[in-house]
Design a protein around this ligand. Sequence first.
Ligand SMILES: [Cu+2]
Length: 198
Amino acid sequence: MSPAPIPQTHTGLDSPAGVWWTPAHRAEKLWVGIAFAWCLVLFAMMPLWHLKGGQNPSGIRRRTDATAYYKRTQEFIKQYQVGTDRGMPVVEPPPGSDVYLAGMTFQWTPILRLRQGAEYTLHISSLDVNHGFSLFPVNVNFQVVPGYDYGLRVTPTAAGDFRIICNEFCGIGHHTMVGRVIVLDSAGREIARSEEAR
Ligand SMILES: [Cu+2]
């Protein structure tokens, strides 16, 4: 009587002998090919968007710090303040001027009153952590990183009462971080909210 054969064990360190895999199906190769081609398209779009997409910040960008930027914003408020809304200063700078907006946990200060069709250099910076400047209901989105003063050249194209929403999670009060931009029409008239809805 011969002894029972010892079953072959696999350690996982040695590859099994022969062709042990199922060759890729035609459809699988096709999908891998499509996915790879799409990766190349997206890869090519990165530099294309940078050069042609118009998504780079317009205007200037320079280093700053929270103290200096806060001081500059306060000077700006003192210079052009026209009122307050629930304790928040309302500021109406002349067309063509440099406008300062500061983001901090959990507010945007001050409230801006701008004129439709006038050009401004809108400076935005954060006094603490990353914030996102999102102008509602317009499709404007801008990442606000502390330590940088972004001077965006902007021309409001529509009159109305807009909200600035923070779209970068910044802490427990993130959802309450709402600012306000009032755009007066080209005659300097404030559009009432009921009129705007029409
Ligand atoms: Cu936030």
